[in-house]
Design a protein. Structure first.
Ligand SMILES: [Zn+2]
Ligand SMILES: [Zn+2]
Length: 475
Protein backbone atom coordinates (compact mmCIF):
# COMPACT_ATOMS: atom_id res chain seq x y z
CA UNK A 1 0.00 0.00 0.00
CA UNK A 2 1.84 3.15 -1.09
CA UNK A 3 2.43 5.65 1.66
CA UNK A 4 1.25 3.26 4.42
CA UNK A 5 3.70 2.82 7.23
CA UNK A 6 5.17 -0.71 7.27
CA UNK A 7 6.00 -1.93 10.75
CA UNK A 8 9.34 -3.45 11.62
CA UNK A 9 8.81 -7.21 12.13
CA UNK A 10 10.75 -8.96 14.91
CA UNK A 11 12.37 -12.29 13.92
CA UNK A 12 9.37 -14.47 14.76
CA UNK A 13 10.62 -17.60 13.01
CA UNK A 14 13.66 -17.70 15.28
CA UNK A 15 11.55 -17.66 18.45
CA UNK A 16 10.41 -20.78 20.27
CA UNK A 17 6.70 -20.64 21.10
CA UNK A 18 5.95 -19.47 24.62
CA UNK A 19 4.97 -16.38 26.59
CA UNK A 20 7.51 -14.18 24.81
CA UNK A 21 6.28 -15.08 21.33
CA UNK A 22 2.68 -14.69 22.56
CA UNK A 23 3.55 -11.20 23.82
CA UNK A 24 5.17 -10.21 20.54
CA UNK A 25 2.22 -11.46 18.52
CA UNK A 26 -0.34 -9.76 20.74
CA UNK A 27 1.47 -6.43 20.28
CA UNK A 28 1.93 -6.69 16.49
CA UNK A 29 -0.47 -4.62 14.40
CA UNK A 30 -1.10 -7.16 11.63
CA UNK A 31 -2.72 -4.47 9.49
CA UNK A 32 0.56 -2.55 9.39
CA UNK A 33 2.74 -5.45 8.17
CA UNK A 34 3.79 -6.29 4.61
CA UNK A 35 2.52 -9.62 3.24
CA UNK A 36 5.68 -11.48 4.17
CA UNK A 37 5.13 -10.33 7.72
CA UNK A 38 1.47 -11.37 7.66
CA UNK A 39 2.45 -14.93 6.65
CA UNK A 40 5.12 -14.97 9.37
CA UNK A 41 2.49 -14.04 11.94
CA UNK A 42 0.24 -16.81 10.64
CA UNK A 43 3.00 -19.37 11.10
CA UNK A 44 4.07 -18.08 14.48
CA UNK A 45 0.48 -18.16 15.73
CA UNK A 46 0.17 -21.79 14.72
CA UNK A 47 3.38 -22.68 16.56
CA UNK A 48 1.95 -20.95 19.59
CA UNK A 49 -1.24 -23.00 19.29
CA UNK A 50 0.87 -26.21 19.23
CA UNK A 51 2.62 -25.06 22.37
CA UNK A 52 -0.72 -24.32 24.03
CA UNK A 53 -2.05 -27.73 23.03
CA UNK A 54 0.97 -29.38 24.62
CA UNK A 55 0.15 -27.51 27.85
CA UNK A 56 -3.40 -28.84 27.67
CA UNK A 57 -2.11 -32.38 27.14
CA UNK A 58 0.31 -32.11 30.08
CA UNK A 59 -2.58 -31.07 32.31
CA UNK A 60 -4.65 -34.01 31.06
CA UNK A 61 -1.73 -36.38 31.76
CA UNK A 62 -1.40 -34.92 35.24
CA UNK A 63 -5.10 -35.47 36.07
CA UNK A 64 -4.77 -39.00 34.70
CA UNK A 65 -1.77 -39.67 36.97
CA UNK A 66 -3.57 -38.35 40.05
CA UNK A 67 -6.68 -40.39 39.39
CA UNK A 68 -4.49 -43.50 38.99
CA UNK A 69 -2.76 -42.84 42.30
CA UNK A 70 -6.14 -42.39 44.00
CA UNK A 71 -7.36 -45.61 42.40
CA UNK A 72 -4.29 -47.50 43.62
CA UNK A 73 -5.03 -46.31 47.13
CA UNK A 74 -8.54 -47.74 47.09
CA UNK A 75 -7.83 -50.90 45.12
CA UNK A 76 -7.36 -51.04 41.40
CA UNK A 77 -8.01 -49.00 38.28
CA UNK A 78 -11.31 -50.10 36.76
CA UNK A 79 -13.06 -49.52 33.47
CA UNK A 80 -15.60 -47.34 35.32
CA UNK A 81 -12.82 -45.13 36.67
CA UNK A 82 -11.30 -44.71 33.25
CA UNK A 83 -14.72 -43.80 31.84
CA UNK A 84 -15.32 -41.30 34.63
CA UNK A 85 -11.95 -39.66 33.94
CA UNK A 86 -12.83 -39.49 30.27
CA UNK A 87 -16.19 -37.86 31.10
CA UNK A 88 -14.42 -35.37 33.36
CA UNK A 89 -12.12 -34.30 30.53
CA UNK A 90 -14.99 -34.33 28.04
CA UNK A 91 -17.12 -31.99 30.16
CA UNK A 92 -14.21 -29.69 31.00
CA UNK A 93 -13.16 -29.23 27.37
CA UNK A 94 -16.61 -29.62 25.80
CA UNK A 95 -15.31 -32.54 23.74
CA UNK A 96 -17.30 -35.61 22.77
CA UNK A 97 -16.48 -38.71 24.80
CA UNK A 98 -14.54 -40.13 21.86
CA UNK A 99 -12.51 -36.94 21.39
CA UNK A 100 -11.75 -36.83 25.12
CA UNK A 101 -10.56 -40.45 25.02
CA UNK A 102 -8.24 -39.56 22.12
CA UNK A 103 -6.80 -36.60 24.06
CA UNK A 104 -6.24 -38.83 27.09
CA UNK A 105 -4.49 -41.48 25.02
CA UNK A 106 -2.37 -38.89 23.30
CA UNK A 107 -1.43 -37.18 26.59
CA UNK A 108 -0.17 -40.50 27.97
CA UNK A 109 1.78 -41.35 24.83
CA UNK A 110 3.51 -37.99 24.53
CA UNK A 111 4.87 -38.40 28.04
CA UNK A 112 5.73 -42.05 27.51
CA UNK A 113 6.87 -43.70 24.30
CA UNK A 114 6.52 -40.65 22.04
CA UNK A 115 8.66 -38.13 23.88
CA UNK A 116 10.13 -36.79 20.63
CA UNK A 117 6.69 -36.14 19.17
CA UNK A 118 5.84 -34.34 22.41
CA UNK A 119 8.94 -32.19 22.00
CA UNK A 120 8.09 -31.40 18.38
CA UNK A 121 4.64 -30.27 19.54
CA UNK A 122 5.84 -28.08 22.38
CA UNK A 123 8.37 -26.46 20.06
CA UNK A 124 5.70 -25.88 17.44
CA UNK A 125 7.39 -27.97 14.72
CA UNK A 126 4.22 -30.01 14.33
CA UNK A 127 0.66 -29.12 15.30
CA UNK A 128 -1.83 -31.06 17.39
CA UNK A 129 -3.41 -32.77 14.37
CA UNK A 130 -0.08 -34.20 13.26
CA UNK A 131 0.79 -35.32 16.79
CA UNK A 132 -2.60 -37.06 16.89
CA UNK A 133 -1.88 -38.80 13.58
CA UNK A 134 1.39 -40.22 14.94
CA UNK A 135 -0.21 -41.31 18.21
CA UNK A 136 -3.19 -42.87 16.40
CA UNK A 137 -0.90 -44.74 14.05
CA UNK A 138 1.08 -46.48 16.75
CA UNK A 139 -1.77 -47.07 19.17
CA UNK A 140 -1.47 -50.57 20.59
CA UNK A 141 2.04 -51.16 19.24
CA UNK A 142 4.96 -52.04 21.51
CA UNK A 143 6.96 -49.02 22.69
CA UNK A 144 10.14 -49.99 20.85
CA UNK A 145 8.39 -50.33 17.51
CA UNK A 146 6.45 -47.16 18.23
CA UNK A 147 9.66 -45.24 18.74
CA UNK A 148 11.11 -46.70 15.54
CA UNK A 149 8.07 -45.52 13.58
CA UNK A 150 8.30 -42.13 15.25
CA UNK A 151 11.95 -41.74 14.26
CA UNK A 152 11.02 -42.60 10.64
CA UNK A 153 8.16 -40.17 10.24
CA UNK A 154 8.95 -37.26 12.53
CA UNK A 155 11.75 -35.58 10.50
CA UNK A 156 9.43 -34.96 7.52
CA UNK A 157 6.32 -34.28 9.60
CA UNK A 158 6.73 -30.47 9.68
CA UNK A 159 6.36 -30.16 5.89
CA UNK A 160 3.61 -32.75 5.40
CA UNK A 161 -0.12 -32.24 5.85
CA UNK A 162 -1.72 -34.38 8.53
CA UNK A 163 -3.19 -36.59 5.82
CA UNK A 164 0.13 -37.05 4.02
CA UNK A 165 1.72 -37.82 7.35
CA UNK A 166 -0.95 -40.46 8.05
CA UNK A 167 0.06 -42.25 4.84
CA UNK A 168 3.72 -42.24 5.92
CA UNK A 169 2.84 -43.48 9.39
CA UNK A 170 0.81 -46.33 7.99
CA UNK A 171 3.65 -47.34 5.68
CA UNK A 172 6.19 -47.20 8.49
CA UNK A 173 3.96 -49.27 10.79
CA UNK A 174 3.46 -51.95 8.13
CA UNK A 175 7.22 -52.14 7.63
CA UNK A 176 8.13 -52.12 11.30
CA UNK A 177 5.48 -54.57 12.50
CA UNK A 178 3.62 -56.37 9.71
CA UNK A 179 1.98 -58.96 11.99
CA UNK A 180 0.94 -56.35 14.50
CA UNK A 181 -0.54 -54.26 11.72
CA UNK A 182 -2.57 -57.23 10.54
CA UNK A 183 -3.74 -57.97 14.07
CA UNK A 184 -4.87 -54.41 14.67
CA UNK A 185 -6.59 -54.26 11.30
CA UNK A 186 -8.63 -57.34 12.17
CA UNK A 187 -9.43 -55.92 15.60
CA UNK A 188 -10.55 -52.64 14.03
CA UNK A 189 -12.81 -54.52 11.60
CA UNK A 190 -14.58 -56.03 14.59
CA UNK A 191 -15.71 -52.52 15.41
CA UNK A 192 -17.28 -51.99 11.97
CA UNK A 193 -20.51 -50.05 12.20
CA UNK A 194 -22.88 -47.61 10.55
CA UNK A 195 -23.19 -44.11 11.98
CA UNK A 196 -25.55 -41.30 11.19
CA UNK A 197 -25.09 -37.64 12.08
CA UNK A 198 -27.39 -34.67 11.70
CA UNK A 199 -25.82 -31.69 9.95
CA UNK A 200 -26.57 -28.07 10.83
CA UNK A 201 -28.28 -27.54 7.46
CA UNK A 202 -30.85 -30.24 8.18
CA UNK A 203 -29.21 -33.00 6.10
CA UNK A 204 -27.91 -36.24 7.54
CA UNK A 205 -24.56 -38.01 7.02
CA UNK A 206 -24.69 -41.78 6.86
CA UNK A 207 -21.33 -43.51 7.17
CA UNK A 208 -20.24 -47.14 7.29
CA UNK A 209 -16.99 -47.21 9.25
CA UNK A 210 -14.02 -49.51 9.77
CA UNK A 211 -15.08 -51.88 7.01
CA UNK A 212 -12.79 -54.57 5.60
CA UNK A 213 -10.87 -52.67 2.90
CA UNK A 214 -11.42 -55.16 0.08
CA UNK A 215 -15.15 -55.43 0.64
CA UNK A 216 -15.53 -51.68 0.93
CA UNK A 217 -13.58 -51.16 -2.27
CA UNK A 218 -15.65 -53.78 -4.11
CA UNK A 219 -18.87 -52.18 -2.88
CA UNK A 220 -17.68 -48.75 -3.95
CA UNK A 221 -16.67 -50.04 -7.39
CA UNK A 222 -20.08 -51.64 -7.80
CA UNK A 223 -21.76 -48.38 -6.80
CA UNK A 224 -19.60 -46.51 -9.30
CA UNK A 225 -20.36 -48.92 -12.10
CA UNK A 226 -24.07 -48.75 -11.38
CA UNK A 227 -23.98 -44.94 -11.25
CA UNK A 228 -21.98 -44.77 -14.50
CA UNK A 229 -24.55 -46.94 -16.28
CA UNK A 230 -27.38 -44.75 -15.05
CA UNK A 231 -25.45 -41.65 -16.07
CA UNK A 232 -24.82 -43.20 -19.50
CA UNK A 233 -28.58 -43.69 -19.74
CA UNK A 234 -28.84 -39.92 -19.87
CA UNK A 235 -29.49 -39.14 -16.23
CA UNK A 236 -28.77 -35.46 -15.67
CA UNK A 237 -27.91 -35.63 -11.98
CA UNK A 238 -24.22 -35.19 -11.10
CA UNK A 239 -22.37 -38.45 -10.41
CA UNK A 240 -22.06 -37.61 -6.71
CA UNK A 241 -25.82 -37.21 -6.42
CA UNK A 242 -26.48 -40.42 -8.38
CA UNK A 243 -24.15 -42.37 -6.09
CA UNK A 244 -25.74 -40.90 -2.97
CA UNK A 245 -29.29 -41.57 -4.23
CA UNK A 246 -28.27 -45.11 -5.13
CA UNK A 247 -26.98 -45.75 -1.62
CA UNK A 248 -30.34 -44.69 -0.20
CA UNK A 249 -32.39 -46.66 -2.71
CA UNK A 250 -30.31 -49.82 -2.38
CA UNK A 251 -30.34 -49.65 1.40
CA UNK A 252 -34.07 -49.20 1.38
CA UNK A 253 -34.42 -52.51 -0.34
CA UNK A 254 -34.75 -51.58 -4.00
CA UNK A 255 -33.49 -54.16 -6.46
CA UNK A 256 -30.61 -52.83 -8.61
CA UNK A 257 -32.51 -53.71 -11.78
CA UNK A 258 -35.40 -51.46 -10.69
CA UNK A 259 -33.09 -48.45 -10.53
CA UNK A 260 -32.95 -48.32 -14.32
CA UNK A 261 -35.65 -46.80 -16.51
CA UNK A 262 -38.61 -49.07 -17.30
CA UNK A 263 -37.77 -51.18 -20.35
CA UNK A 264 -39.36 -50.44 -23.71
CA UNK A 265 -38.05 -53.85 -24.82
CA UNK A 266 -37.46 -56.39 -22.07
CA UNK A 267 -34.13 -57.56 -23.53
CA UNK A 268 -32.76 -54.02 -23.27
CA UNK A 269 -33.45 -53.81 -19.56
CA UNK A 270 -29.94 -53.86 -18.11
CA UNK A 271 -29.82 -56.52 -15.42
CA UNK A 272 -26.48 -55.39 -13.99
CA UNK A 273 -24.08 -52.44 -13.98
CA UNK A 274 -22.46 -53.85 -17.10
CA UNK A 275 -25.20 -52.17 -19.06
CA UNK A 276 -25.51 -52.01 -22.83
CA UNK A 277 -25.64 -48.59 -24.50
CA UNK A 278 -29.10 -47.21 -23.96
CA UNK A 279 -31.52 -45.97 -26.61
CA UNK A 280 -32.68 -42.32 -26.56
CA UNK A 281 -36.14 -43.35 -25.26
CA UNK A 282 -34.48 -45.08 -22.33
CA UNK A 283 -32.58 -41.92 -21.52
CA UNK A 284 -35.66 -39.75 -21.30
CA UNK A 285 -37.45 -42.29 -19.14
CA UNK A 286 -34.34 -42.59 -17.02
CA UNK A 287 -34.27 -38.90 -16.30
CA UNK A 288 -37.95 -38.97 -15.32
CA UNK A 289 -37.50 -42.00 -13.11
CA UNK A 290 -34.52 -40.49 -11.36
CA UNK A 291 -36.33 -37.24 -10.67
CA UNK A 292 -39.14 -39.23 -9.12
CA UNK A 293 -36.61 -41.17 -7.09
CA UNK A 294 -35.00 -38.01 -5.78
CA UNK A 295 -38.37 -36.59 -4.85
CA UNK A 296 -39.25 -39.64 -2.83
CA UNK A 297 -36.10 -39.68 -0.79
CA UNK A 298 -36.47 -35.94 -0.15
CA UNK A 299 -39.99 -36.41 1.10
CA UNK A 300 -39.01 -38.63 4.00
CA UNK A 301 -36.61 -36.15 5.57
CA UNK A 302 -37.17 -35.94 9.26
CA UNK A 303 -38.26 -32.69 10.79
CA UNK A 304 -36.13 -31.08 13.45
CA UNK A 305 -37.15 -32.80 16.70
CA UNK A 306 -36.25 -29.65 18.63
CA UNK A 307 -39.22 -27.90 17.12
CA UNK A 308 -41.67 -30.67 17.76
CA UNK A 309 -41.70 -30.59 21.55
CA UNK A 310 -45.31 -30.51 22.62
CA UNK A 311 -47.41 -31.29 25.62
CA UNK A 312 -46.78 -28.01 27.41
CA UNK A 313 -43.33 -28.62 28.86
CA UNK A 314 -42.88 -24.93 29.56
CA UNK A 315 -39.59 -24.74 27.68
CA UNK A 316 -39.29 -20.99 28.10
CA UNK A 317 -39.82 -21.15 31.84
CA UNK A 318 -37.23 -23.91 32.13
CA UNK A 319 -34.78 -21.92 30.01
CA UNK A 320 -35.20 -18.86 32.22
CA UNK A 321 -34.71 -20.93 35.38
CA UNK A 322 -31.64 -22.63 33.92
CA UNK A 323 -30.15 -19.26 33.06
CA UNK A 324 -30.83 -17.85 36.54
CA UNK A 325 -29.31 -20.94 38.16
CA UNK A 326 -26.26 -20.63 35.94
CA UNK A 327 -25.82 -16.95 36.87
CA UNK A 328 -26.18 -17.67 40.59
CA UNK A 329 -23.72 -20.56 40.54
CA UNK A 330 -21.23 -18.49 38.58
CA UNK A 331 -21.57 -15.68 41.13
CA UNK A 332 -21.06 -18.16 43.95
CA UNK A 333 -17.89 -19.54 42.38
CA UNK A 334 -16.62 -16.01 41.82
CA UNK A 335 -17.01 -15.44 45.56
CA UNK A 336 -15.09 -18.59 46.40
CA UNK A 337 -12.29 -17.58 44.03
CA UNK A 338 -9.27 -19.82 44.38
CA UNK A 339 -9.98 -20.82 47.96
CA UNK A 340 -10.69 -24.39 48.97
CA UNK A 341 -9.65 -27.75 47.61
CA UNK A 342 -11.67 -29.89 45.21
CA UNK A 343 -13.67 -31.60 47.97
CA UNK A 344 -14.64 -28.31 49.58
CA UNK A 345 -15.65 -26.75 46.28
CA UNK A 346 -17.63 -29.84 45.43
CA UNK A 347 -19.50 -29.51 48.71
CA UNK A 348 -20.18 -25.80 48.21
CA UNK A 349 -21.56 -26.25 44.70
CA UNK A 350 -23.63 -29.24 45.81
CA UNK A 351 -25.11 -27.23 48.69
CA UNK A 352 -25.86 -24.32 46.40
CA UNK A 353 -27.54 -26.65 43.93
CA UNK A 354 -29.65 -28.23 46.66
CA UNK A 355 -30.67 -24.84 48.08
CA UNK A 356 -31.67 -23.68 44.61
CA UNK A 357 -33.74 -26.82 44.12
CA UNK A 358 -35.47 -26.32 47.46
CA UNK A 359 -36.22 -22.69 46.71
CA UNK A 360 -37.84 -23.73 43.44
CA UNK A 361 -39.77 -26.56 45.05
CA UNK A 362 -43.15 -24.75 45.50
CA UNK A 363 -43.03 -23.63 41.87
CA UNK A 364 -42.11 -27.13 40.83
CA UNK A 365 -45.07 -28.63 42.70
CA UNK A 366 -47.32 -26.29 40.73
CA UNK A 367 -45.55 -27.24 37.49
CA UNK A 368 -46.01 -30.95 38.19
CA UNK A 369 -49.71 -30.45 38.99
CA UNK A 370 -50.31 -28.70 35.67
CA UNK A 371 -48.02 -30.66 33.33
CA UNK A 372 -49.54 -33.07 30.83
CA UNK A 373 -47.83 -35.75 28.76
CA UNK A 374 -47.83 -36.05 24.97
CA UNK A 375 -51.29 -37.68 25.13
CA UNK A 376 -52.70 -34.81 27.20
CA UNK A 377 -52.83 -36.82 30.45
CA UNK A 378 -51.60 -35.28 33.71
CA UNK A 379 -48.12 -36.52 34.68
CA UNK A 380 -48.59 -36.03 38.38
CA UNK A 381 -49.23 -38.82 40.84
CA UNK A 382 -47.80 -41.78 38.96
CA UNK A 383 -46.81 -44.37 41.54
CA UNK A 384 -44.98 -47.06 39.59
CA UNK A 385 -41.25 -47.19 38.85
CA UNK A 386 -41.61 -47.29 35.08
CA UNK A 387 -42.91 -44.10 33.49
CA UNK A 388 -45.97 -44.58 31.27
CA UNK A 389 -45.43 -44.25 27.50
CA UNK A 390 -46.80 -40.69 27.29
CA UNK A 391 -44.47 -39.47 30.02
CA UNK A 392 -41.54 -41.26 28.44
CA UNK A 393 -42.20 -39.54 25.12
CA UNK A 394 -42.53 -36.18 26.85
CA UNK A 395 -39.12 -36.56 28.50
CA UNK A 396 -37.47 -37.90 25.34
CA UNK A 397 -38.76 -34.87 23.42
CA UNK A 398 -37.60 -32.53 26.17
CA UNK A 399 -34.08 -33.97 26.57
CA UNK A 400 -33.53 -34.92 22.90
CA UNK A 401 -30.17 -36.49 23.86
CA UNK A 402 -28.55 -38.04 26.92
CA UNK A 403 -28.48 -35.41 29.66
CA UNK A 404 -24.68 -35.46 30.04
CA UNK A 405 -23.40 -32.13 28.69
CA UNK A 406 -21.26 -33.53 25.86
CA UNK A 407 -23.19 -36.68 25.00
CA UNK A 408 -25.11 -36.95 21.73
CA UNK A 409 -26.76 -40.32 22.27
CA UNK A 410 -30.41 -39.92 21.26
CA UNK A 411 -32.82 -39.79 24.18
CA UNK A 412 -34.87 -42.53 22.54
CA UNK A 413 -31.84 -44.86 22.90
CA UNK A 414 -31.26 -43.92 26.56
CA UNK A 415 -32.55 -45.10 29.93
CA UNK A 416 -34.88 -42.79 31.83
CA UNK A 417 -33.03 -42.33 35.08
CA UNK A 418 -34.67 -41.29 38.35
CA UNK A 419 -32.37 -38.42 39.41
CA UNK A 420 -33.34 -39.12 43.03
CA UNK A 421 -33.60 -42.93 43.11
CA UNK A 422 -37.12 -44.29 43.26
CA UNK A 423 -36.35 -46.33 46.39
CA UNK A 424 -35.25 -43.11 48.12
CA UNK A 425 -38.56 -41.45 47.43
CA UNK A 426 -37.76 -39.94 44.01
CA UNK A 427 -41.05 -39.62 42.09
CA UNK A 428 -41.68 -41.05 38.63
CA UNK A 429 -42.32 -37.64 37.13
CA UNK A 430 -40.60 -35.45 34.50
CA UNK A 431 -39.24 -33.38 37.41
CA UNK A 432 -37.17 -36.36 38.52
CA UNK A 433 -36.51 -38.27 35.31
CA UNK A 434 -33.88 -37.61 32.68
CA UNK A 435 -32.52 -39.49 29.67
CA UNK A 436 -29.08 -41.00 30.39
CA UNK A 437 -27.14 -43.38 28.17
CA UNK A 438 -25.69 -46.51 29.79
CA UNK A 439 -22.27 -44.95 30.35
CA UNK A 440 -23.56 -41.74 31.90
CA UNK A 441 -26.07 -43.68 33.95
CA UNK A 442 -23.07 -45.42 35.51
CA UNK A 443 -21.18 -42.14 35.88
CA UNK A 444 -24.08 -40.70 37.86
CA UNK A 445 -23.59 -43.49 40.43
CA UNK A 446 -19.88 -42.67 40.85
CA UNK A 447 -19.37 -41.57 44.48
CA UNK A 448 -17.44 -38.42 43.52
CA UNK A 449 -19.98 -37.19 40.99
CA UNK A 450 -23.28 -35.53 41.86
CA UNK A 451 -26.34 -34.96 39.71
CA UNK A 452 -29.17 -32.63 40.77
CA UNK A 453 -32.31 -31.92 38.78
CA UNK A 454 -32.95 -28.30 39.69
CA UNK A 455 -36.01 -27.99 37.52
CA UNK A 456 -37.69 -30.46 35.16
CA UNK A 457 -35.07 -30.88 32.44
CA UNK A 458 -32.43 -28.62 34.06
CA UNK A 459 -29.65 -30.81 35.40
CA UNK A 460 -26.61 -29.82 37.40
CA UNK A 461 -23.57 -32.11 37.14
CA UNK A 462 -20.84 -31.65 39.76
CA UNK A 463 -17.48 -33.30 39.07
CA UNK A 464 -14.86 -34.64 41.51
CA UNK A 465 -12.93 -31.36 41.23
CA UNK A 466 -15.96 -29.22 42.08
CA UNK A 467 -16.45 -28.06 38.50
CA UNK A 468 -20.07 -27.92 37.50
CA UNK A 469 -22.03 -28.08 34.27
CA UNK A 470 -25.63 -27.09 34.04
CA UNK A 471 -27.67 -28.29 31.14
CA UNK A 472 -31.23 -27.46 30.23
CA UNK A 473 -33.19 -25.71 27.52
CA UNK A 474 -31.34 -22.60 26.35
CA UNK A 475 -33.17 -19.28 26.28
ZN1 LIG B 1 -42.91 -33.85 39.54
ZN1 LIG C 1 -24.52 -40.14 27.62
Amino acid sequence: MPGAKVEELPDLSGMLPGPRLAGELAELPVGGLDEHGVVEVMRAARRLASWAESLELSAIAELDRRRSVQADRCGAWTVEMSRALCDEVSAALTLSGTAAAIQLGMAAMLEGPLLETGRALVEGRIDGDKARVICDGILGIGHDIGRRVESLVLPDAPRLTARQLAVRVRKAVIEADPEGYERRRKAAEKGRRVESYSNPDGTVDLAARDLPAEDAEAAYNYLNALASSIKADGDERPMDAIRADLVLELLRGKHPADLFPPPTHPQQHPPSPAAPTPTPEDSAAGARASRRGTGRSGGTRRTDPRRSTDGGTGDEEAAAITQTARDRLTALLDQIGDRGGPAERRLLVTEAGRRMTEALSPLKVRWCALAVDTGGHPVHGHHGYRPPAGMRRLIQARDRTCAFPTCNRRATECDLDHTIPHHKGGPTCPCNLAALCRGHHLLKQHPDWTLIQIWPGALLWITPTGHWYLIGPEP
